[in-house]
Design a protein around this ligand. Structure first.
Ligand code: NAP
Length: 483
């Protein structure tokens, strides 16, 4: 006989993770969903075994096979040591869309109660600063590459619009810092504005991310779906969680075309680990999202309703809501939800969910093919312990015997040579912009290498960026104060 049981990889995780996951699994079993859980591990216990990624091979195999994961939070050392196993999992399986709903819960008092908050942050999940490409440029200057691709933007923007349609939502706002980071954040804005035209049934607009944060605090009910870059999304989705009662209530889905990982927004909250006091709602609601993803719409509604009845009636309230001295234990809270299966809340209406259509985007690494491109010059980053004037004079002299001229030097983005009106507090990290004397030419790699060789004889350089012109437009930004 064929076994139709759905197999799902379950990762209990660290800290409070196992308690939350155990609660969700008990409720799913009580709701009668036939899931076979394949338990695997990642995070702290795996780091301790000496596996630097925090994700062992049998976990990867299990996820590859089952394609659906329910996951507890994983601990990451802050500021040192191993990379986040969470981010590794998201990236390994290209779960590029992070869906973070925040909806007012009946019976969870907040300063926003009654305002009708019901929004979803759709956060790009694998690019941006989370590409995790960092280098010390000099002993005192660190750099992190913010990588944003047109392909990544298209995937997340299409997912946001498709998600809005799947949930019957009316609008999608795109939140970026495109006013400052014109190439990276600007690429999301540009992509959004182009793709929005394909979804005329959904209202769309752009908002600068800092104003978005401000608006979320002032008038959160104006938002329906917000699509944004990874770092922005990380921060504003914690704000939106806070608006509706805190991290204990914030579920999330990491969606890709092949694999989906469901987890809470919160982390391992180590101070509460093993105490049977935490709120498992975020993981339970993540499991509800998972059930919808695998097509178990009735079971998802059954559990969502039971959670809402429990919260609404207020007979079992966890410590994060009423204080840990009088809160209901995690196990009793779980038992109460199970007892409430089959009941409907008075103040919560489940949405009419449809399966989400994930975008079908080409796997070709080349996603944009311009009609023309050329290299106008190069930014060469030099370590220099003295002032701008002495470096500028030295580089001017070196450039005399090359095909380039030194256009300017900036320090932390502000032009300092030739001297302007700015008085930045300089560090030993200088961006030296060289452009071809022949303004119509295309700089060859050999020309740039020749220039680098000349500079190397006198100065220490860290890295080089070509100055690209793509379809006649500069593919780089100007320094502050550069003409
Ligand atoms: P955190 O674990 O989310 O905890 C922050 C605070 O949020 C807790 O101290 C607690 O607030 C509240 N909280 C979180 N979950 C709760 C729950 N289920 N019930 C009740 N209250 C809850 O954040 P963190 O302390 O910054 O991070 C701890 C570790 O988790 C770090 O190693 C971090 O890297 C990791 N982390 C993992 C993930 C993930 O796996 N996806 C996400 C974020 C962080 P009060 O103190 O006010 O009671």
């Amino acid at each position: 006989m064929q076994n139709n049981k759905r197999v799902v990889t379950v990762i209990p995780g660290d800290g409070i993770g196992p308690e939350c996951i155990n609660s969700a699994m008990q409720i799913i079993a009580a709701a009668g969903v036939d899931i076979e859980w394949e338990e695997r591990h990642a995070g702290a216990s795996v780091f301790k075994q000496g596996i630097a990624s925090g994700v062992p091979a049998d976990t990867i195999e299990s996820i590859k096979k089952n394609r659906v994961v329910l996951k507890g939070p994983l601990e990451t050392p802050v500021g040192f040591g191993q990379k986040s196993a969470n981010v590794t999992l998201r990236k390994l399986f290209e779960t590029y869309a992070n869906i973070r709903p925040a909806r007012e819960f009946p019976g969870v008092p907040t300063p926003y109660t009654g305002r009708g908050i019901d929004l979803v942050v759709v956060r790009e999940n694998v690019e941006d600063l989370y590409a995790g490409i960092e280098h010390m440029q000099t002993p005192g200057v660190a750099q992190c590459l913010k990588l944003i691709s047109r392909k990544g933007c298209e995937k997340i923007v299409r997912t946001a619009f498709e998600f809005a349609r799947a949930e019957g939502r009316k609008s999608v706002a795109c939140a970026t810092k495109a006013n400052i980071m014109k190439n990276t954040e600007g690429l999301l804005k540009k992509t959004f504005e182009e793709i929005a035209k394909e979804y005329p049934d959904i209202e769309s607009w752009h908002v600068i991310i800092d104003n978005c944060a401000h608006q979320l605090v002032k008038k959160p009910e104006q938002y329906d779906v917000i699509v944004t870059t990874n770092m922005n999304g990380d921060i504003i989705s914690d704000i939106t969680s806070g608006l509706v009662g805190g991290l204990g209530f914030a579920p999330t889905a990491n969606l890709g075309n092949d694999v989906a990982i469901f987890e809470a927004v919160h982390g391992s909250a180590p101070k509460y680990a093993g105490k049977d006091v935490i709120n498992p709602t975020a993981v339970i609601l993540s499991a509800v999202m998972m059930l919808r993803y695998i097509g178990e719409f009735d079971a998802a509604a059954l559990i969502e309703n039971a959670v809402m009845v429990t919260i609404e009636e207020g007979k079992a309230q966890t410590g994060d809501i009423v204080g840990y001295d009088k809160g209901t234990s995690t196990s009793v809270f779980t038992k109460t939800i199970i007892e409430n299966l089959g009941r409907k809340p008075t103040k919560w209406q489940a949405r009419n969910y449809q399966p989400i259509k994930m975008p079908n985007i080409s796997g070709n690494p080349v996603f944009v093919t311009p009609e023309s491109r050329r290299v106008l010059g190069a930014d060469i980053f030099v370590e220099w312990p003295q002032d701008a004037e002495s470096l500028g004079q030295s580089l001017d002299k070196i450039a005399e015997t090359s095909d380039f001229r030194l256009k300017m030097i900036s320090n932390r983005g502000t032009k300092v040579y030739p001297a302007g009106d700015a008085f930045p507090d300089c560090v030993d990290h200088w961006r030296c912009r060289f452009v071809l004397r022949d303004t119509k030419a295309d700089a060859s790699p050999e020309q740039i290498i020749e220039l680098l060789t000349k500079i190397s004889a006198v100065h220490q350089w860290m890295h080089v960026e070509k100055l690209l012109e793509i379809d006649g437009e500069p593919g780089y930004t100007m320094a502050q104060g550069e003409d």
